[in-house]
Design a protein around this ligand. Sequence first.
Ligand code: ZN
Ligand code: ZN
Length: 229
Amino acid sequence: MLNKGDFHIHSNASDGKYNPTEIIILSKINQIDVISIADHNTTAGISEAVEAGRNYGVSVVPAVELSTKFNCESVHLLGYFKNNLYQHDTFQEILKLIKSHRFKKVRKILKNHIDLELKEGKLSVLEGINLLRCFGASVVLAHPMRISNKNIEQVLSLPFDGIEAKYSNTDFNTSLYFINLALSKFSFYTAGSDFHSIKNKNSKHSFIGTVYLNNSEIKYFLKSLELCC
Ligand SMILES: [Zn+2]
Ligand SMILES: [Zn+2]
């Protein structure tokens, strides 16, 4: 039975401090049954996490946190994969290029797969949504409470599958607002600590499992991803 799930954790495959096995162990110690390693623009930590998860009894939903922009504001998207399409060579190549800011080349590859909205630079939110979907992901707007008042309404009008309604250091009323929004406008909501390290001076992030989906919320989320639970 999956009682607690934290679906937004960074490993040292991006800017987290711990390797995927250490994250699995930290999850186990803290009684988190299911997690997502959602590293910035890379899925390099997933296979180790899946393997360690098998040994320690922690389930892993493959994920990535993609960097996009809306107007000039940085917006993060979480892609949750129901299958192994994230391992596709083209997707891996695109992630590698995004990481090294080679957007001209990204756009050259992408134009064969999705409609492009912008001519140059970082991907727009809509381009990011379409890219993730093209490779089998359900797309969640990460930490909407961190998006500026100027842009949030327009960002929320884009076709996400869900939003990260439960996030670290977010008060109850704000979470509730985004939960209601997710259920009325999108398909589901997620919870994520955005864990990076234990000694974290950045108050935006918190420890694994500080916020989580409970048993029924996990079931609903996994069902929405078409993953059984
Ligand atoms: Zn983020
Ligand atoms: Zn993050």
